[in-house]
Ligand binder design. Sequence first.
Ligand code: EPU
Length: 339
Amino acid sequence: MKRIENYDLSAHNTFRMKVKCALFVEYETVKELEELDFDSLPKPVICIGAGSNLLFTKDFPGTVLHSAVKYIKYVDMGLDEVFMAVGAGVTFDEFVAKACEAPYWGAENLSLIPGEVGAAAVQNIGAYGSEVKDIIAGVVCYDTVERKKITLKCAQCGYGYRDSMFKHAQGRYIVTSVLFQLTRKYSPKLDYKGIRTALGLGADETPQNLSPMQVREAVIRLRNEKLPDPAETGSAGSFFKNPVVSAAQFAAIAQGYSSVPHFIVEGGFVKVPAAWMIDQCGFKGASQGGAAVYEKQPLVLVNASGEALPEDVIALENRIIEGVKQRFGVELQPEVEHI
Ligand code: EPU
């Protein structure tokens, strides 16, 4: 087990905020986690993955726990349904690549999403018409209150859009592994805008000879066109959630903007892309100190200078929230967790 006091977290948050935590603990086995004396740790205690969806707003006075549990086990009995049990510390995209290589269907649309498997299950990450909950059969956690291992079925995890019960349990559950259910059955999901084009297909074409790897490569091409390369530019992916508004609110927006992109969701509500609203407000490329709105995808805030401070990001965030509220009457909610 790694245990370091006054630890610099720059390498543990993809926004690359230069902040420190009082204690950093990295465990390599679940047993090490179970044996950890939680009472003695500086509080609060948080568990992070690759830090790809969070913004440290200042130095963290407590303990940051990180999983280095990295195993991938295949449960393949020759049926259509196949399972992969994956340790929380595995890079999510490494799991996706292995699933596609197998070749199993189900994970390919989630290619290249930054972060680790444990955080993916907490956050219900999604992209290109898939959400990780669609392929989660179960989640194994350590319950820090009862001090025991628990196994939850997908239906017990309270999944919603970028949401789960884990996010509301104030750190009670630490995800230690995830059981993914994938399939051998031919099942490409090509309907999200851009995927067919990236595969060189026509608007309604669904060929019968694609492989998960081909879809993965198309998704990777799409992401690379629009999102900053994490190796070069610090960011936490989409900074805001796409707001869901009432039919009446949508009608009011559509009155001023007849071409507003939108998607009807459950209950007659309407999802309007936050990227579009931010774009309409003219924020593309806007900057604040070292932080900026990414030119190619304005839903993403970036550490443009490499030296951005948490307060730069927060000031830019507030400017955007205010601008969008004034113009559209919609209050954007951050998707990125603020710590
Ligand atoms: N748009 C603009 N201007 C732009 C870019 C986009 O107006 O410069 C509008 C367009 O109408 C476009 C729409 O915004 O059709 C939606 O854009 P996009 O399809 O890129 O997706 P998104 O809604 O902005 C979501 C996820 C992304 C995921 C993509 C692709 C959220 C918060 N974000 O973004 O997830 O990669 O779909 O599936 O749901 C992440 O969560 O970190 C993330 C990157």
